[in-house]
Design a protein around this ligand. Structure first.
Ligand SMILES: Nc1nc2c(ncn2[C@@H]2O[C@H](COP(=O)(O)OP(=O)(O)OP(=O)(O)O)[C@@H](O)[C@H]2O)c(=O)[nH]1
Ligand SMILES: [Mg+2]
Length: 432
């Protein structure tokens, strides 16, 4: 039931200095007081014994929070135990015995959303702030939690609503406007703002998940050897047999404090081998999906150059065997380590470029759901602009504008269906 009082351990399993149990719901105070005999004061930390059936489990710090100023928008209590998982699970069980229910994944944040403490974009950012593996990812999620995206979206929504109601009046009372000039309105500025938002999505994902660097090229050029050189251990199998790597191989490493996922792929060539064919398909998909595409060439072989077109960095490997120059390519030897630092520096430079795009943006899209809704909105608005320029009746334009408003309402969660909420919050951890 939605208004049950819920409980969860909010800190990760294992040993820690402190472990936190959270309780939220109308009965939160009452249930906790069954275990804490001291009187508690709202927003004050009280040092007390946590008891189960009259026996002290642990001495704890308890902080009660009273509506409306709480995370979930319900009465809440946070209890700070010693960080032993046995203590925490016993406390959890006893609170459930006393009437609370185990929280589902993300249920605290879901309640915060349902109680109007945050909109859906902000709720999504809560997950990302926990998951993010880089400071810029955290900063991006922070901007969303602070409401930058919500504010800009609601501003755009207001403008569209204004335009839409002007149009509706003209549709409903055409006689009143007969002698007026055609109603003029500007959708292009809105489109531009939404397009600017759209550009933040990829760098934001890169900052949250880590930058994906894909190595690709023909067979046997030394892609797997370069992966191994970059991550510093023998992650991938290397042999002189062309077509050694079949599947995608991922390995994470830090390049100057930035987490990158290096992705090694099957060498691309024409082949009749079923397994290799699948490998090549996967390789092409991984390259398409990567933030930085590194094209690897073999200095001892002739290049056809076709593939290099879509790369961000070109690498000329096996330079220990023959000295050669290819315009724009970094010379390396995976065997001797020559040039690997230069390659790392180049990856780092590109990574910084990606991430710096985020620093100058306020409204950042951090989830694919947000990205596709903004994309749909742009599409609707472009259709409106086109309809207007073709001189279509004003009610055609009105439909596109109304659709855009509906899209934006899905984005912020002004309108939602339960399935969507389940999908979003099931990815959260319990206790968030
Ligand atoms: N001399 C020399 N040999 C290298 C270098 N890099 C790789 N090799 C050799 O080239 C062969 C192929 O290397 P891999 O790393 O397996 O090449 P690959 O591009 O991953 O090959 P596939 O997975 O088959 O596409 C192996 O015998 C490596 O030892 C290098 O810098 N110098
Ligand atoms: Mg390989």
């Amino acid at each position: 039931m939605e208004n049950d009082t819920i409980v969860a351990i909010a800190t990760p399993p294992g040993k820690s200095a402190i472990g936190i149990v959270r309780v939220s719901g109308t009965r939160a105070f009452e249930i906790v007081q069954k275990h804490i005999k001291k009187p508690l004061k709202v927003r004050y930390a009280t040092h007390a014994d946590f008891q189960i059936n009259g026996k002290v489990l642990d001495d704890v710090i308890v902080i009660p929070y009273k509506i409306p100023k709480t995370y979930t928008g319900e009465d809440m209590v946070e209890i700070f135990f010693h960080g032993n998982w046995i203590i925490l699970s016993s406390a959890l069980k006893s609170l459930i015995d006393s009437g609370a229910r185990m929280a589902e994944n993300g249920e605290f944040t879901k309640r915060a959303f349902l109680n109007g403490k945050m909109d859906l974009t902000q709720a999504e950012a809560v997950e990302e702030i926990v998951d993010s593996i880089s400071l810029s990812g955290i900063e991006s999620a922070r901007k969303v939690i602070d409401g930058n995206l919500s504010r800009e979206i609601s501003h755009i929504r207001e403008e569209l609503l204004k335009i839409s109601s002007e149009i509706e009046v003209r549709i409903d009372y055409p006689e009143e406007f007969e002698n007026e000039e055609n109603y003029d309105f500007d959708l292009n500025t809105i489109i531009q703002n939404l397009e600017r938002m759209l550009l933040t999505y990829e760098p934001a994902r890169a900052a949250i998940e880590g930058i994906k660097v894909a190595l690709f090229g023909s067979v046997n050029v030394g892609k797997s050897s370069i992966l191994n050189a970059l991550v510093g251990f023998e992650r991938a199998i290397v042999t002189p047999i062309p077509g050694t790597t079949r599947d995608i191989i991922e390995s994470e490493t830090f390049i100057n404090n930035i987490k990158v996922k290096i992705i090694d792929t099957a060498g691309i060539r024409n082949t009749e081998n079923e397994i290799e064919k699948i490998g090549i398909e996967r390789a092409l998909a991984a390259v398409k999906n990567a933030d930085i595409k590194v094209y690897v060439m073999d200095a001892t072989c002739e290049e056809d150059g076709d593939l290099a077109m879509e790369s961000d960095i070109k690498v000329l490997n096996k330079i220990d065997l023959v000295d050669k120059n290819v315009k724009g390519a970094i010379k390396v030897s995976a065997k001797t380590g020559y040039g690997i630092d230069t390659l790392k520096a180049e990856i780092e430079r590109m990574t910084r470029n990606t991430i710096e795009k985020l620093n100058s943006s306020q409204s950042i899209l951090i989830a694919h759901r947000q990205y596709s809704i903004v994309k749909n909105s742009i599409q609707e608005l472009k259709e409106a602009v086109e309809a207007k320029s073709f001189g279509y009746p004003i009610d055609v334009v009105a439909v596109n504008i109304r659709n855009t408003i509906a899209q934006l309402d899905l984005l912020t969660g002004r309108v939602y269906v339960d399935d969507l909420l389940d999908k979003i919050f099931s990815n959260f951890c319990v206790g968030k």
